[in-house]
Design a protein around this ligand. Structure first.
Ligand SMILES: [Zn+2]
Length: 413
C-alpha cells in the first residue's frame, strides 16, 4: 500500500513552526501539496494568498517540525533487540556476547526483524535512516513509504588486499550507486580496503561511513598492534602478519589513507583528542555520535561539546539494537539533553534533523522545513504556551513521551 498523499494543497497551522535551518515562527504555517512543501511562514501571510482549493488544518497548541533522520543504525541487527543484557562491562565483553548470539540468528530472521525495525523507526518519528549492512540487506528492494533508507554496504577484512576480496558473496562492487561502499573500522579492515571503499564512494559522490575511535581497545591496537583487537583478529583467522601499527590515532591514520572529506561520517568519536578534532574540522567530516550505545557498551563518553565548539557538523544515531534499547531518536536526543547540559537544545534538534540529512546526502528532501523539501512533518504537542527559548527542549521532551503525530499518515511497511 502506497502512502496517501492528498492532491489538494493543505495549509498546516500551529502555535510554532520549527524550520530548523531558520528561526522558529510563532503562529506559523506550512503550505504543502502532493508530498512537498510549497511555503513556510507566518499564518496570516500565507493565509492571505492561498492557492484555490486549499484546506486549512489547524493543529493548535503544537509545534510543526521536520521528521527525524537517524544517521547510523544497523537494521540487520534488529533481531538482537533485548537479547543482549545491557549495559556491558566494555567492548570485549559486548562483542563476545554478540558473536555468541549471532551464530544463532539465520538470514530469514534478519530480513523479518529488519522490517520490524523499520516500523519502530516510523513509530518514533524517523523519515530517513543511514543503514549499515554487511550484505544481507544490500540488495533487498526498498519498501514503499517511510522511512527511506540510505544504504551503506560495510566491508570487513583485515587480511584482504583489495576491495573485491572483502565483498560479501554474490554482491557486485559495481552497483550503479545503489549503496555506498564503506569500511567497518580501522581495526577490522585493511588499509587497502578502507582506501578503496572510500574511493568507490567518492567517485559516486556518495556518503562514506566508518566507526572511529569507539573504544580503548581500538586505540591500543593502532598504537601498538596488540591487545584485544589483535586477539580477536587472530581468533577469527583475520590477522595479517605483514601489517605494521601506524602508532597514531584512528583519525590521523584515516587521514593518512586519504579518506577524510565532507562526505565522510566518523561514527562514535569517543576517544578523540584536540588534534583529532582539528583534523576532522579541517577535512569537514561529519561526526555521528551514538551516546546511548557508548554508555551501554561502556566504552566512554564522547565529548560532543568540544566537537560542536570546533564547528564539526554533528549528528546523532541510535546505532543498532545490539547495543541500544531502541531506535527512538527522540530518546537519543533526550539522553543528550540529560547528560550534556552545556549543549543548546537547538543544536540537539539539528543533530536529529538537518545535520544528518546533509551527511546522508538527502538535504534536498529531508531535515528542514523549506520550500521544495518533502512534506513529512511531525506535529509535536506543547503542554503550555512557550517562549522561543524553551521550544527546542520542549520538542525533544514531548517527543520522548510520544506526544506527537505524523502530519501525513504513512503506510506502514
Ligand atoms: Zn555502528
Amino acid at each position: 500500500m502506497l502512502p496517501q498523499i492528498p492532491s489538494e494543497p493543505v495549509l498546516h497551522r500551529a502555535e510554532w513552526i520549527v524550520p530548523v535551518l531558520s528561526n522558529p515562527v510563532q503562529n506559523g504555517a506550512v503550505l504543502v501539496k502532493e508530498g512537498r512543501i510549497l511555503a513556510v511562514g507566518a499564518f496570516s501571510r500565507l493565509k492571505a494568498d492561498l492557492p484555490a482549493g486549499t484546506r486549512i488544518a489547524d493543529h493548535g497548541r503544537a509545534a510543526i517540525m521536520p521528521a527525524l533522520v537517524n544517521a547510523h543504525t544497523h537494521l540487520e541487527l534488529y533481531a538482537f533487540k533485548g537479547a543482549i543484557d545491557l549495559p556491558r562491562k566494555g567492548f570485549a565483553d559486548w562483542i563476545n556476547e554478540f558473536f555468541l548470539l549471532r551464530a544463532e540468528i539465520g538470514p530469514e530472521a534478519v530480513a523479518e526483524a529488519a522490517s520490524l525495525g523499520r516500523k519502530e523507526m516510523h513509530e518514533t518519528g524517523t523519515a530517513l535512516y543511514g543503514d549499515i549492512t554487511n550484505g544481507a540487506l544490500a540488495c533487498s528492494p526498498e519498501p514503499a513509504g517511510l522511512p527511506e533508507r540510505v544504504t551503506f554496504l560495510e566491508l570487513l577484512g583485515f587480511n584482504c588486499g583489495w576491495v573485491g576480496a572483502a565483498m560479501p558473496a554474490g554482491i557486485e562492487v559495481n552497483n550503479g550507486g545503489k549503496y555506498s561502499t564503506v569500511a567497518h573500522s580501522a581495526y577490522s579492515v585493511s588499509p587497502a580496503v578502507i582506501a578503496g571503499a572510500k574511493e568507490i564512494s567518492r567517485l559516486r559522490m556518495l556518503p562514506f561511513s566508518i566507526h572511529t575511535a569507539e573504544h580503548t581497545e581500538e586505540m591500543e591496537f593502532l598504537q601498538s598492534g596488540t591487545g584485544f583487537c589483535r586477539e580477536l583478529l587472530e581468533r577469527l583467522g583475520r590477522w595479517e602478519p605483514e601489517w605494521k601499527p601506524p602508532r597514531t590515532s584512528p583519525v590521523r591514520y584515516l587521514d593518512s589513507l586519504n579518506v577524510l572529506d565532507d562526505l565522510t561520517i566518523l561514527v562514535h568519536a569517543v576517544h578523540f583528542d584536540d588534534f583529532d578534532r582539528a583534523i576532522a574540522a579541517r577535512r569537514k567530516c561529519t561526526i555521528c555520535f551514538c551516546p546511548r550505545s557508548n554508555r551501554y557498551v561502556n566504552v566512554g563518553r564522547p565529548d560532543i561539546e568540544k566537537a560542536l565548539a570546533c564547528g564539526i557538523p554533528a549528528c546523532l544515531g541510535t546505532d543498532s539494537t545490539a547495543s541500544n534499547t531502541d531506535l527512538n531518536l527522540f530518546a537519543e536526543a533526550g539522553f543528550v539533553l540529560d547528560q550534556y547540559p552545556g549543549i543548546r537544545p537547538e543544536a540537539v534538534v539539528s543533530m536529529i534533523t538537518a545535520a544528518p540529512a546533509r551527511a546522508l546526502g538527502r538535504d534536498e528532501d529531508f531535515g528542514a522545513l523549506n520550500a521544495g523539501l518533502k512534506s513529512d512533518l511531525l506535529v509535536v504537542s506543547l503542554d503550555s504556551p512557550l517562549k522561543e527559548s524553551t521550544l527546542s527542549e520542549a520538542l525533544v521532551r514531548s517527543g520522548e513521551k510520544g506526544a506527537w503525530k505524523w502530519v501525513r499518515a504513512q503506510a506502514k511497511s
